[in-house]
Design a protein around this ligand. Structure first.
Ligand SMILES: N[C@@H](CCC(=O)N[C@@H](CS)C(=O)NCC(=O)O)C(=O)O
Length: 220
């Protein structure tokens, strides 16, 4: 069955799915672009697939799902040849899950709080409240990475994939200070050496950075 992924390359949660697809080496994905800036996610046709009108959205036959965290765990469960990215051991899996929920509940909301008024409104700078949310997200991540190489265990997992898609994007907004956040800085460097990061995250991250600069430079 061919998977269809509704996407926009600059989107951080879409990039988490790209990295997972690369890591799992899933062939034959049908990629469909939806330009959010042109409201292409609000068509009647797409709302039938995902009433929440978010990307990434995946269809697998007549099964539709959205939310990157659900999609990447579904893909790992269905296509993983081993369980390294998403361990089946209950304790190891819980360590991954807590980070997926951290991304969903803390990291990504910090990003969206800051970028929504810029991309979908008229804001051309970040607010102190927005910056504080990003710094709080960095502070937590820095502490999670104390004395460890990866966010959940001894090797990279979906926890790293999901969180790095968001943190590398937050880094485009408020650059991560290596002195204040040495653990995040080292982890980002480790992540950026992974083949699936280079294929799945780097190009879209560059696009995100360019778009953000363009929107921040607008004059009204
Ligand atoms: N928690 C969701 C967030 C998805 C999300 O908010 N995606 C943004 C693009 S980065 C979107 O589709 N925004 C359009 C909208 O919410 O209408 C996930 O991880 O998939």
């Amino acid at each position: 069955m061919v998977l269809t992924l509704y996407k926009m390359d600059a989107s951080p949660p879409v990039r988490a799915v790209y990295m997972t697809i690369e890591a799992l080496k899933i062939p034959n994905v049908d990629y469909r672009d939806l330009n959010l800036l042109a409201d292409e996610h609000l068509t009647e046709e797409f709302l039938k697939i995902n009433p929440q009108h978010t990307i990434p959205t995946l269809t697998d036959g007549d099964f539709n799902i959205w939310d990157s965290h659900t999609i990447i765990t579904y893909l790992a469960n269905k296509y993983g040849k081993d369980n390294s990215l998403y361990p089946t051991d209950p304790v190891k899996r819980a360590r991954v899950d807590v980070m997926l929920h951290f991304d969903s509940g803390t990291l990504y909301p910090a990003l969206r709080f800051n970028d929504e008024p810029i991309f979908f409104g008229t804001a051309t700078s970040f607010t102190p409240e927005g910056v504080a949310k990003i710094k709080a997200a960095y502070d937590f991540t820095e502490s999670f990475l104390n004395g460890v190489q990866w966010l959940a265990g001894d090797e990279p997992t979906l926890a790293d994939i999901s969180c790095v898609a968001t943190i590398s994007s937050l880094n485009e907004m408020i650059p991560i200070d290596a002195k204040e956040y040495p653990n995040i800085t080292a982890w980002l460097a480790r992540c950026s050496k992974l083949d699936y990061y280079q294929k799945g995250n780097t190009p879209g991250l560059q696009e995100f950075g360019v778009l953000l600069k363009q929107f921040l430079a607008r004059k009204f």
